[in-house]
Design a protein around this ligand. Structure first.
Ligand SMILES: [Mg+2]
Length: 230
């Protein structure tokens, strides 16, 4: 069986949302008295981690602490406000089109709240390209829980999924999730790693314990990376 499923991380990978999220994160953390040097850039550095963990880390409190949960609720309200739909990266649609034309089945997996993901999907016309998009609700704290849902929606077995899937994401955590899923993680370089080749970034990720299958500088490179593997 060919490798026929590609799941896409959304924030920072398909849509340019991470800077806006960081701004809201800083504002909320600042309201709890967290000094700037602790919150500045933290969300970007830990992209892909559950938001509870990110707030817990800068507030020096356990993730389930009431103050952390309150901060998270405030962040969600502001970051996922209906008037804040993040713009799509320019390399996304050519990538979707090339993969769809070649017969791949595509979906999105996101830690974004489902209702905001629906708004984002509608705004960018995801329905033309993606079979479905999975976000989070109050029970599902992050996208690492999406594997059984992806398998169910595509109607395949776990073994088939493990033999036929890729996870495209801009976060190191995405590479860890891909590994846990038995999928192949392809890292999109959206920030950092200036002047480094894809091979060098792959090596650096490996040194940090994040085993990616491949690294791409733009999603326009992703179809060829996948085609040459299938
Ligand atoms: Mg991301």
């Amino acid at each position: 069986m060919g490798k026929l499923i590609v799941a896409f991380d959304v924030d920072g990978n398909l849509v340019r949302s991470v800077d806006a999220y960081q701004e809201v994160f800083s504002e909320v953390a600042g309201n709890y008295g967290v000094p700037k040097e602790r919150h500045y850039g933290h969300l970007i550095r830990t992209t892909g981690d559950p938001i509870e963990k990110q707030f817990g880390a800068v507030m020096d409190l356990p993730c389930e602490h009431p103050q952390v949960l309150e901060a998270v609720a405030g962040w969600r309200r502001m970051a996922y406000s209906p008037d804040k739909i993040a713009p799509l990266y320019g390399d996304v649609l050519p990538c979707f089109e090339a993969l769809k034309t070649a017969g791949y089945r595509l979906c999105a997996t996101s830690s974004m709240k489902q209702d905001h993901l629906e708004r984002t999907a509608r705004a960018h016309g995801f329905g033309q390209w993606l079979s479905f998009w999975l976000g989070t609700d109050d029970r599902l704290i992050d996208k690492s829980h999406h594997k059984p849902m992806i398998i169910g929606r595509f109607g395949i077995t776990p073994a088939e999924f493990e033999g036929c899937s890729y996870l495209s994401g801009d976060g190191k955590v995405d590479m860890r999730i891909a590994k846990r899923w038995g999928s192949r993680g392809v890292f999109t370089v959206r920030r950092g790693y200036e002047g480094k080749s894809s091979e060098e970034v792959l090596g650096l990720l490996g040194e940090e314990g994040y085993e990616a299958f491949a690294v791409v500088k733009s999603l326009t490179e992703l179809p060829d990376v996948i085609f040459s593997d299938s």
